[in-house]
Design a binder for this molecule. Structure first.
Ligand code: SF4
Ligand code: SF4
Length: 110
C-alpha cells in the first residue's frame, strides 16, 4: 500500500442537515452492477478516522459497518453528484463511474 500523509481533520465537524424527506421524492432505476467502489478498504480502516464519505454524500449511500470494519455502499440511491470523487473522500479512495445509460437516478429535466 502506498504511504499516505495524515489528513488534518482537527477542525472538521459533520454537516448538520437532514434531507431524508427530499430523498424520498427522488426516483431511481438501479443498474445491476455497482458504479461506486472503495479502492482500498485498508485506507478506510487505518487512515480515515472521520469516515468523511458518510457525511459528505448527500444521498447517504456510504455507511461504516462496525462489525465488518468496512464501508458499505448502497449505490442504488446515488444522486450522481460527483462529490465522492471531488473532495468528499479526502483520501481519493472512491472510484465513481456513471451507471449505464437509462439507469441510475431519474432526473425529470436531465
Ligand atoms: S472518506 Fe474515503 S477513506 Fe474515508 S472511509 Fe470514506 S471512502 Fe474510506
Ligand atoms: S456521486 Fe454523490 S450521491 Fe453518489 S455516492 Fe458520490 S457523493 Fe453520494
Amino acid at each position: 500500500m502506498t504511504e499516505r500523509l495524515p489528513y488534518d481533520d482537527r477542525d472538521w465537524k459533520p454537516p448538520e442537515h437532514d434531507v431524508t424527506a427530499q430523498l424520498g421524492l427522488v426516483k431511481f432505476k438501479p443498474d445491476d452492477t455497482a458504479h461506486l467502489e472503495i479502492k482500498d478498504h485498508q485506507v478506510c480502516r487505518e487512515h480515515c478516522r472521520r469516515k468523511f464519505c458518510t457525511s459528505s454524500c448527500p444521498a447517504q449511500v456510504y455507511r461504516w459497518e462496525e462489525e465488518e470494519k468496512s464501508i458499505s455502499i448502497a449505490f442504488e440511491g446515488c444522486l450522481e453528484c460527483g462529490t465522492c470523487r471531488s473532495g468528499g473522500c479526502p483520501y481519493d479512495n472512491v472510484t465513481m463511474r456513471y451507471p449505464r445509460g437509462g439507469f441510475g437516478v431519474q432526473y425529470r429535466f436531465g
